[in-house]
Design a protein. Structure first.
Length: 158
């Protein structure tokens, strides 16, 4: 993706164009432990039956941007899991390009709190959200798999 930071590339964001980011058309402009910027152009796929952007789109962008930042801010060896997403819708939008900016309010060793502001092209606040995140150890299978990934298997072994 044009403008993507090295950190975003390490997270596999560039390869996510066929995943959820691709489905909603979200472009990660930059990503660091202190700020994530993303943009997308509103299309018919984002609209609810009344012709305005569906609230779930905003909630998804809040979750996505805050999660990317949380991964980058997490202690080494930890995974992040979202435990609460609170998104508020302030102004209806029918089209145009929107920009999301996520920043940490608190990035601790065990918990993080991120805030995301979504604005339109005229820099009017459209939606805002907060994501509460826990930093956890990866599942045991992932830890042991990483430790034995280089181990040689015996013929016929599993």
């Amino acid at each position: 993706m044009a403008g993507e930071s090295g950190a975003a590339g390490e997270l596999g964001v560039a390869g996510a164009r066929s995943g959820w980011f691709g489905q909603i058309g979200l472009d990660i402009v930059s990503a660091s432990p202190s700020e994530v910027l993303a943009e997308w152009t509103i299309g018919e796929r984002h609209l609810q039956p009344h012709g305005i952007v569906h609230g779930g789109v905003y909630a998804s962008v809040v979750e996505s941007c805050c999660s990317i930042g949380a991964v980058l801010a997490a202690p080494p060896g930890k995974q992040v899991v979202g435990v609460e997403n609170h998104t508020s819708f302030l102004r209806p939008v029918r089209g145009g390009r929107l920009r999301a900016r996520a920043t940490p309010l608190h990035a601790g060793r065990q918990a993080q709190l991120w805030e995301c502001a979504i604005s339109d092209e005229r820099e009017r606040l459209i939606a805002t959200g907060r994501l509460r995140i826990f930093c956890v150890d990866p599942p045991a299978a992932e830890r042991s798999g990483a430790e034995t990934a280089g181990a040689r298997r015996e013929p016929g072994g599993r």
